[in-house]
Ligand binder design. Structure first.
Ligand SMILES: [Zn+2]
Length: 128
């Protein structure tokens, strides 16, 4: 019976070792899940802010795009002109005038505000 008893002890020891092994594995799994959960929590904590930033960015791009388009529509680029006598060039649309002896009509260049707005929109869209 001693052998059987020893066998039982060994089995009990094996069971204890196995229980220890399983408990260790379970603790490791629990720790891993908690780590994953904390990462999930971090993502969840940051995602509403990230979403809000993305939403505000989208609204700003839309607002600036619309404002830029409106400003371009309402800004005369003096594309069509007529002569006023021998000295003047006059815009057909806004009646701005330029005297030949003062350099005449300057070539059109986009205002710096348009250039800055277009650059900001491109950057916000990730194009630039
Ligand atoms: Zn004009």
């Amino acid at each position: 019976m001693e052998k059987a008893s020893k066998g039982v002890e060994r089995t009990a020891e094996d069971i204890a070792k196995r229980a220890y092994y399983i408990a260790s594995a379970m603790l490791a799994e629990k720790a891993r899940r908690e780590a994953d959960h904390s990462e999930d929590t971090l993502v969840k904590d940051h995602s509403p802010n990230a979403g809000k930033v993305v939403e505000i960015n989208r609204e700003l791009v839309e607002a600036l795009t619309n404002m830029l388009a409106r400003d371009k529509r309402n800004t005369c680029q003096h594309e069509e002109t007529h002569r006023g006598g021998v000295l003047w060039e006059i815009c057909d649309n806004c009646k701005a005038s330029w005297a030949d002896d003062q350099g005449g009509k300057p070539p059109w260049s986009d205002p710096p505000e348009w250039i800055a707005a277009e650059a900001a929109i491109a950057k916000a869209k990730g194009v630039a």
